[in-house]
Design a protein around this ligand. Structure first.
Ligand code: MF3
Ligand code: CO
Ligand code: CO
Length: 341
């Protein structure tokens, strides 16, 4: 039998999520009371873990002034006021809209590629924003996040892309923080072109990244692909989340519940919601001609999220890492067409 002190000296052992009371039997199966077995070691383990989490926490940096968009670029309805409309409620797109969605999707994919190639230790997320902003405009598009999403309890989004580092789940605001080797960063690009939006994101590794984070990023991409594979006209939307959740579960990860995929076309986020976990209430049937995003956010720890004071940045409650991938898709006769390839 191994004594707890020996065990913790060489390899600290993760305590179970719910701990016994001091006089109850220890969780390790030794038969000893918890207070005389793993209690002390668990306390030290959890304290060290908390310290490590606090030391690696991302903190807000300085946000640069708003980048201008040349007057000849066609703007979405919220570009001046910040307030978006909800759309007509029509979810089936015309063939003419689909042609435009393909163009906007391709442009978004190109911006994402360009930004991805610039990612390296030392570059700030603000510099990535500048590059995305400039590339979007060169392609004739408007960067959809810029001035989007004002409500009673939050200001409009101030930048042209979202950059979400490590424990940031989504909607991170580009700022003066330089990326560090070992970080993972999600870049979320949406382009408004010819009256419609194309929305795509990917998580990138910065320099040398630990194996566990690499696995999180790989499995998250697989989750998105499994979600897209589940797209089939006639089937309920809930099939998508079921496929994603199954794969995340199998790898010991959790699926973010507070943020979903969304219908998209002339409106950035319309009323159609795509949960990435299994939700039996998501019983709307998929139909040929629908366009929506599949964008699972997968957490290394628990699914719970918290909002920063800026009212945009979403982080994991346990400060463990989170990854995400996104495509905009069209429901076709045979499955899904990826519009942001
Ligand atoms: N692109 C994000 C999505 O996938 C939305 C960003 S909204 C913003 O839905 F305002 F934060 F940009
Ligand atoms: Co989206
Ligand atoms: Co997006």
């Amino acid at each position: 039998m191994t004594s707890p002190s020996m065990q913790t000296a060489s390899s600290p052992r993760r305590p179970p999520p719910s701990l016994p009371r001091p006089n109850e039997a220890c969780w390790c199966g030794s038969g000893d009371k918890y207070k005389r077995c793993h209690k002390e070691a668990d306390y030290l383990f959890l304290r060290d873990e908390q310290k490590r989490l606090e030391a690696t926490k991302i903190r807000p940096g300085v946000i640069s002034p708003r980048r201008p968009v040349p007057p000849e670029i066609q703007r979405p309805e919220y570009a001046e006021s910040g307030e978006a409309n909800r759309g007509s409620g029509r979810l089936i797109r015309t063939s003419e809209e689909i042609v435009r969605m393909r163009r906007a999707g391709k442009a978004a994919a190109q911006v994402l590629r360009t930004v991805g190639e610039a990612i390296k230790p030392g570059i700030t997320t603000d510099a990535l924003d500048a590059l995305a902003h400039e590339t979007t405009i060169k392609l004739g598009g408007y960067p959809s996040p810029l001035n989007y999403g004002k409500t009673e309890d939050r200001p409009p989004f101030p930048k042209s892309i979202c950059t979400s580092v490590n424990e940031i789940i989504c909607h991170g605001i580009p700022d003066s923080r330089a990326l560090q080797s070992g970080d993972i960063v999600n870049v979320d690009v949406t382009v408004f072109l010819d009256g419609v939006h194309g929305d795509t994101n990917a998580t990138f590794l910065v320099g040398e990244v630990d194996e566990e984070s690499q696995r999180l990023v790989r499995v998250t991409r697989e989750c998105m692909l499994k979600g897209i594979e589940a797209v089939k006209a006639g089937r309920p939307i809930s099939d998508i989340g079921r496929a994603i959740e199954q794969h995340a579960d199998a790898h010991g990860y959790s699926v973010v519940r507070s943020y979903c995929g969304h219908g998209i076309c002339e409106v950035f986020h319309n009323d159609l919601q795509i949960p990435h976990y299994f939700d039996p209430k998501a019983n709307t049937r998929m139909e040929v001609g629908m366009t929506f995003t599949v964008e699972p956010m997968i957490n290394a720890g628990g699914w719970q999220d918290r909002l920063w004071e800026d009212r945009w940045t979403v982080v994991t409650a346990d400060l463990k890492r989170s990854a995400q991938f996104e495509h905009t898709i069209l429901v076709t006769e045979s499955g899904a067409e990826i519009l942001t390839q």
